[in-house]
Design a protein around this ligand. Sequence first.
Ligand code: AMP
Ligand code: ZN
Length: 187
Amino acid sequence: MPEDCIFCKILDGSIPAKRVYEDDATIAFLDINPRNPGHTLVVLKRHAEAIADMRVDETGRLFEAVKKVADAAKEAARADGISICQNNGKAAGQVVAHVHVHVIPRFNNEGPPSMESILQVKKLADQDLGRIADAIRASIGVESYSPREEMRMARKEKPEKKEEKKPAKEEKEDLDDDFEEFSVDDL
Ligand code: AMP
Ligand code: ZN
């Protein structure tokens, strides 16, 4: 374990924490700077910095614990919903470099929900969406059809009917209001 890792220190008991759950793979304790009452961190016991450093079986164990903690925190905080957030790397806002999942109770009367509070929606051309989807599929090693498309083809279903398009002018105004210009060439 790295000597300066706060979560490893909580794990070995040298730093106190309000522990709420533990099993052989994970531990959960309250966040010291709660975004809402019941904000809990679910932490992998083995020191791994980010999701890329985890074994697949560990991701399964971590999410089993997240589900337990999320259900319990929702009930205990009498929350209306739960946000589950997991940051990887400085660019994503990760401050503690020991993999952890935030379980945050949410309430109907509070500010912008979920991802809207983190990032603005980007306006991406269909062609760019296709390129980024291809790149992700290639990285995973998936053929060019999505599993959903494959299922539809296997059942010989017709493609889903596309939503009716708004008149061009109205659509452009909506986009200009709500979206940030973005291109995959910026990546
Ligand atoms: P992240 O930005 O995803 O790395 O989140 C790190 C979280 O760890 C922050 O929400 C901190 O408030 C929380 N944190 C840092 N030190 C402690 C600590 N000693 N006990 C509990 N939570 C902590
Ligand atoms: Zn650690």
